[in-house]
Design a protein around this ligand. Structure first.
Ligand code: GRF
Length: 195
């Protein structure tokens, strides 16, 4: 059974999709969430982890002199719980080379990369840009993480067509729904491909 380490900063609806997939979905018998780590003490995703009986770890960035020390602590926690694959699920901070180099790390992004990625392209900014550009479709991307924002190799994507009258909010809602289906499927793909 592959042990997943999941990093979050917020609500954790993608974490929930992964937890559910491990218990009764596509990942059942193949993967389990071994630890959930957050830089935000109040992230609801930590509560979701606890409800599933999964260790929920808050790491306070302020306790470290710089980002490398903070990432070293994340690395230590992931190792402590035996993570064999790391999933970023709404984790908002940049990862330092010491962490990126230590694990295979995946991320989910609410657009069809390489479009609408990079620094500052997150949350509603993404959906606003898609609508402003007049694109006919958006979607979600699961990709490998390297040292640059939204840059590593693409694992899977799912398209979401734009509807007449879409606002950033309505589009965000449909893309998030697509993410919940896509992320577990992408994890299964990398397991089957023996990443
Ligand atoms: C998702 O839209 C994801 O693509 C992005 O952050 C959001 C996280 O949502 N990286 P949630 O915390 O999983 O609900």
């Amino acid at each position: 059974m592959l042990k997943l380490g999941v990093l979050i900063s917020g609500g954790g609806s993608n974490l929930q999709a992964i937890l559910d997939a491990c218990v009764f979905g596509a990942l059942k018998g193949k993967a389990e969430v071994a630890v959930v780590i957050s830089n935000n003490k109040n992230a609801y995703g930590l509560e979701r982890a606890r409800k599933h009986g999964v260790p929920a770890v808050f790491i306070d960035r302020k306790k470290f002199a710089g980002p490398a020390g903070f990432c070293e602590e994340i690395k230590n926690e992931l190792s402590k719980y035996g993570a064999g694959l790391v999933c970023l699920a709404g984790y908002l901070l940049k990862l330092e080379p010491n962490l990126v180099g230590a694990f295979k790390i995946m991320n989910i992004h609410p657009a069809l990369l390489p479009k609408y990625g990079g620094k500052g392209m997150y949350g509603h900014f993404v959906h606003e840009a898609v609508i402003k550009a007049g694109d006919k479709e958006s979607g979600a991307t699961v990709h490998w993480v390297d040292e640059h924002y939204d840059h590593g190799g693409i694992i899977l994507q799912k398209n979401v067509p734009l509807a007449a009258g879409d606002t950033p909010e309505t589009l965000a809602e449909r893309v998030l729904e697509a993410e919940h289906e896509l992320y577990p499927r992408a994890i299964l793909k990398v397991i089957n491909d023996k990443f």
